[in-house]
Design a binder for this molecule. Structure first.
Ligand code: FDM
Length: 212
């Protein structure tokens, strides 16, 4: 997608089941990288602030019903509407920490029974993460952590299926972290892994696209 050797920010994505600790780890990583003087932003998908995001939010809280394919495409559209901003920020040297991305899109929708390749198709051409930190936790253990909220997908049986579908998406950009460790141990591993990747992007690693 981009063969330049210019320094840029890194695209770091957190993935994992609900209650795997993604949001806490995103916050900790943000403070750490800010402390080192990096330009850094924390993003999350779904981005519920846009008009597409509001439709997604209503669906997740069971205020609206949508066909499974339709909601899948809305999640994808929600990433596409942020794509050019994402590219601009990365090229301007800002590292983006992103709480959920296309992997959530495919794992959750295919766990409902939608065709796996069909689920991947609308994600093709989005910016590929430099690093995917997958916080791995047994679904039973995640469910014990303070319980789930009331949202649509927060059920143990479904989360077990999602975990299986996530596994099919693992590639060389993934680092799997045992999220049943203490928050501090997870944080230590996250910091070590991310620092390496931020450096390689500063040295001019080219941006690439999903899923090519
Ligand atoms: N989710 C999230 C999807 O089903 N597809 C997607 O593309 C994304 C980004 O939405 F259950 C699901 C995953 C989760 C729910 O996520 C909302 P947060 O992290 O709880 O806001």
């Amino acid at each position: 997608m981009d063969a330049s050797n210019e320094s840029r920010g890194a695209l770091v994505v957190f993935e994992g089941l609900d209650r795997s600790g993604k949001t806490s780890q995103c916050g900790r990583l943000l403070s750490y990288l800010e402390g080192l003087g990096h330009s850094i932003e924390l993003w999350r998908f779904p981005d519920r602030t846009t008009s597409v995001g509001k439709m997604i939010s209503a669906y997740l809280s069971n205020e609206s019903q949508l066909d499974d394919h339709t909601i899948h495409l809305l999640f994808s559209a929600n990433r596409w509407e942020k794509r050019s901003m994402m590219e601009m920020k990365l090229k301007a040297g800002t590292t983006l920490i992103v709480d959920r991305y296309s992997y959530s899109g495919v794992a959750f929708s295919s766990a409902k029974g939608l065709d796996f390749e069909w689920c991947k198709a609308p994600e093709i051409g989005l910016i590929a993460p430099d690093l995917v930190l997958y916080l791995e936790i047994p679904p039973e253990k995640a469910a014990e952590r303070g319980g789930y909220g009331g949202e649509r997908y927060e059920q143990l049986k479904f989360q077990k299926k999602v975990a299986q579908h996530y596994k099919l998406l693992e590639d060389s950009s993934w680092k799997i972290i045992d999220a049943s460790q203490s928050m501090e141990d997870v944080e230590k591993q996250v910091k070590e892994t991310v620092s390496e990747h931020v450096l390689s992007c500063q040295k001019g690693k080219a941006l690439s696209s999903l899923w090519s």
